[in-house]
Design a protein. Structure first.
Length: 400
């Protein structure tokens, strides 16, 4: 699958900081991680920290799947309203998953501090705007539910929103617990850190095509017929899960992003909050460390790369127009743009853990707009399962 097109900003900004070689001979390890995106990198981090011998492989150049295309807004709120999620999975599970997302941002911050890596992680508030009167009603309801469950949230009236941020919308939810990061840089820094300090092995251009499980071992074989024998395999293939799982678990869509030329900081909005809205598909907005504006949205419910790419220019215009409606005085001018594939699940939650048809494997799949927080959650759960500290987390089971 072609996961992205155009020029993802992070790839241009960071370049190819480090390249790994293809695997050329049979090897053995404790855990084989398939996928070197942010999910695979975080799984490797938690396992390496616990002295588990790991190998990471990727069919592409490392970390250049969806992770390079991401706008990397880190929010505890997922695409599903908490009140909707409660209807779908029950109050206990819904609230638990929201709280796990909240905690995952701090977990990621601590990992970055511990490894002492510079990855443009920045704490920024988040504004969830009501796109219309219906959105305002939804935000009122959502505010009450989040407040009841002790989640950090503030309700901004139309007047307060305008006075503080100069944004004309009927209402917004505000929280001060969000963050942004350069995920591509983060992912590569984690892999490189553990390669140097934990003997992690990373191989790019190594495509796993078959997997065979025995009683206590599992063997993955590449398209070049090279075998990797392990005790367990962690499948972190992002939105390409179909190559490793005989079950469709995600609905794939296409999304579009553009990045502005650098701006004068005084021409940006207050606090440079993350911004998104109640309309579906929604516009999502952040800034970068060099004061560019990154805006994405106008998703389409298909993933056909040809069809997706043909729409790119039109989508850029649409995004700019919608952005200017929000900030009519903005001097935004586009510098780069790209589009990417992403997937969501029926209830908005990921699939993490074992699958009955795939013994000796753990999966970390199914992300939606908040994939990175779910990557952190998945990595920690899988580490605990491997170390025998935890059983399957029920909320994220395949058969939930
Ligand atoms: C435009 C866009 C904006 C986004 N914005 C946000 C955001 O603001 N916040 C957020 O949290 N999330 C966001 N996301 C989602 C987020 O980027 C993803 O959830 C996340 O990057 C997924 O990481 P991953 O490691 O699971 O997948 P990937 O980064 O795709 O990594 C999986 C890797 O597995 C490899 N692979 C697959 N199959 C095989 C195989 N058989 N053998 C070997 N290798 C294989 C692939 O080559 C790939 O490199 C966004 C996504 C897009 C596209």
């Amino acid at each position: 699958m072609d996961l992205k097109s155009g020029l993802p900003f992070w790839l241009i900004k960071n370049g190819l900081t480090k390249s790994y070689l293809r695997l050329e001979e049979d090897i053995e390890t404790e855990v084989l991680i398939i996928g070197s995106g942010i999910t695979g990198a975080l799984v490797a981090h938690f396992l390496c920290e616990n002295h588990v011998k790991c190998v990471v492989v990727d069919k592409r150049m490392e970390s250049t799947g969806s992770t390079t295309a991401s706008t990397a807004q880190l929010q505890y709120e997922i695409d599903e309203y908490l009140f909707d999620l409660i209807q779908k999975v029950g109050e206990k599970n819904a609230v638990k998953s929201y709280k796990m997302c909240l905690k995952s941002i701090s977990t990621l911050e601590k990992i970055i501090q511990k490894l002492n890596i510079e990855v443009d992680f920045k704490r920024v508030p988040s504004l969830y705007l009501a796109s219309d009167a219906k959105g305002k009603k939804e935000l009122e309801r959502e505010f009450e539910v989040r407040k009841k469950h002790g989640l950090p949230v503030e309700f901004l009236s139309e007047e307060k929103l305008f006075n503080k941020y100069g944004i004309k919308r009927k209402a917004a939810l505000y929280n001060n617990e969000s963050a942004q990061v350069d995920t591509y840089k983060l992912c590569r820094a984690i892999l490189e850190y553990h390669k140097k300090n934990s003997d992690l092995k990373v191989y790019s251009h190594t495509h796993i095509t078959t997997i065979k499980s025995n009683k206590n071992t599992i063997t993955a074989t590449t398209d070049k017929n090279i075998a990797i024998k392990a005790k367990k395999i962690v499948a972190a293939p992002g939105f390409e899960s179909e190559s490793l799982l005989d079950e469709k678990v995600m609905q794939l869509s296409s999304t579009y992003v553009l990045v502005s030329q650098p701006m004068h900081p005084e021409d940006l909005w207050k606090e440079q909050c993350l911004i998104w809205e109640t309309a579906r598909p929604y516009l999502y907005i952040r800034t970068t460390e060099d004061n560019r504006i990154m805006v994405g949205g106008f998703d389409e419910p298909f993933q056909d790369p040809k069809k997706r790419d043909q729409l790119m220019e039109k989508k850029n215009k649409d995004i700019l127009k919608r952005f200017k409606k929000l900030f009519p005085d903005s001097k935004i001018e586009m510098d780069f743009y790209w589009c990417g594939t992403f997937g969501g699940t029926k209830d908005g939650l990921p699939f993490i853990g074992e699958h009955k048809k795939h013994p000796n494997m753990y999966f970390a799949l199914g992300y939606g707009g908040n994939g990175i927080t779910f990557s952190v959650i998945a990595a920690e759960i899988i580490k605990n399962m491997y170390l025998g500290k935890n059983t399957q987390e029920n909320i994220f089971r395949f058969d939930r």
